[in-house]
Design a protein around this ligand. Structure first.
Ligand code: 3PG
Length: 217
């Protein structure tokens, strides 16, 4: 599948809501109520990071929630890419990009949203055919002002900044015209998941879903 058709799929993922919840899940039994709360709050795109043993089974459960668009995060290689697809991922996110991961993306129907943090990394990703990128780790890589600088030179790139973003700082990223959405864990705090406080998760998701985006070119 061509990377152009991947772009169309990624654009749909990146514009479905202003915030992509980046989920680290420890207990499979939390997957369904967590996904339902986020979707009910207006955040249908769910990035489940492959950092815990529960992640793939959690993804399978979440993929069955009506309206949910489930993807995998922290995908580092082709083996994890395939495991994510088998678990129902409709997109995969990686913290960076390697030649082998880029080749894997070209051979698969499920699109890759790779991570970049510097101008050289964005150039390498563009050369490999990727123009939908995360800016990761956003806050420690220079925050809004660094991303603004990247946007001013890479006019064809659409970014999803992720990493250290809070409800307070998210609007500044979303105001940048090339920022389609932001990723973050703040809508589902670990203590809320631990306590099964799904009403709190839904309320935080609703606030996040109400964030406004800047004009898109
Ligand atoms: C990640 O863990 O991939 C990102 O940094 C998002 O999580 P955070 O919002 O907690 O930084």
């Amino acid at each position: 599948m061509s990377l152009e058709s991947h772009n169309a799929l990624l654009d749909a993922v990146m514009t479905a809501a202003p915030v992509i919840p980046v989920i680290v899940i420890d207990r499979v039994e939390d997957a369904l109520p967590l996904a339902r709360a986020l979707v009910a709050g207006g955040l249908p795109v769910l990035e489940v990071t492959l950092r815990t043993p529960a992640a793939l089974e959690a993804m399978r459960a979440m993929a069955g929630v009506p309206g949910a668009i489930v993807g995998a995060g922290t995908v580092l290689d082709a083996t994890q890419y395939d495991a994510a697809i088998a678990a129902g991922a409709r997109f995969v996110v990686s913290p960076g990009l390697t030649e082998r991961l880029a080749a894997a993306a070209r051979e698969r129907a499920v699109p890759l949203l790779p991570g970049t943090a510097t101008a050289s990394e964005v150039m390498a990703a563009r050369e490999a055919g990727f123009t939908r990128l995360t800016f990761f780790p956003a806050e420690s890589a220079g925050g809004v002002s660094a991303l603004k600088g990247l946007c001013s030179v890479f006019r064809d790139v659409r970014f999803c900044p992720t990493g250290g973003i809070t409800a307070a700082i998210a609007p500044a990223y979303l105001a940048l015209p090339q920022v389609a959405c932001v990723g973050g864990s703040w809508p589902m705090p670990a203590d809320a998941i631990q306590a099964g406080d799904w009403a709190r998760v839904e309320a935080l998701a609703r606030e996040a879903a109400g964030l406004r985006r800047g004009a898109k070119g």
